[in-house]
Unconditional design. Structure first.
Length: 213
């Protein structure tokens, strides 16, 4: 079996595409089940294992396959069909990483090196959630289980042996710093938040600490 990663992120796709391709946690298990069922055939590359990492900035499918070239095409077709997106449009924004490149990418993602804000810690928790969802859906086997466990160990090592985590690094913290550079003291400023979910709650928490008007 060979490791294969198909994905798109903030560097390769605009927000409108990332939003359309995202998988919410409640649908990941069923999606993994359909993925394994549909791509087990030779035309699908003989896929045996699958996990889906999906956040506001990325959607990535980590898979174990026998025939990577066929699996690549089948994975793109699967995502395009699931998310009702033209496959040509999807292909323009996706990257395909085989074997060692997929491993290196997973290490970089979990360590916060591939994030919009360098070193942000939320992605590690999101990858751990993806691993749990894949395990519950029966998508993890020997290859992906080893990949995720090694990835988590590398991310921990990076956090403990480098200074990447010494600063407050998140999109929310970055937004506060940017606002302070533009407006200065925020205590006389009104702040309006537009959105829903974890990121907007985290943003509200960070801005509230600055006591805006």
């Amino acid at each position: 079996m060979q490791l294969l990663t198909l994905g798109l992120n903030h560097s390769t796709a605009p927000l409108a595409i990332r939003e359309r391709v995202a998988f919410v946690p409640e649908e990941v298990g069923a999606a993994i089940g359909r993925l394994r069922e549909q791509l087990w055939e030779p035309a699908g590359g003989r896929l045996t294992e699958a996990a889906i990492v999906s956040t506001c900035n990325r959607t990535e499918l980590y898979c174990a396959v026998e025939e990577p070239e066929r699996a690549q095409q089948a994975l793109q077709a699967f995502v395009a069909l699931e998310k009702r997106l033209a496959i040509e449009e999807l292909q323009r924004h996706t990257y395909v990483l085989p074997q060692a490149n997929a491993v290196r990418h997973a290490f970089r993602v979990a360590s916060g090196l591939d994030s919009m804000v360098l070193g942000e810690p939320q992605i590690l928790g999101q990858m751990k959630q993806a691993e749990k969802l894949a395990r519950n859906a029966g998508g993890l086997g020997l290859l992906l289980n080893h990949l995720f466990q090694r990835t988590f160990a590398v991310a921990k090592e990076v956090r403990t042996t480098t200074e990447i985590g010494t600063q407050s690094v998140s999109m929310a913290a970055a937004a506060v710093r940017l606002a302070q550079r533009i407006f200065g003291d925020l205590t006389n400023e009104h702040v309006l938040f537009v959105g829903a979910g974890e990121m907007i709650e985290l943003s509200a928490t960070h801005f509230t600490a600055q006591h805006p008007k």
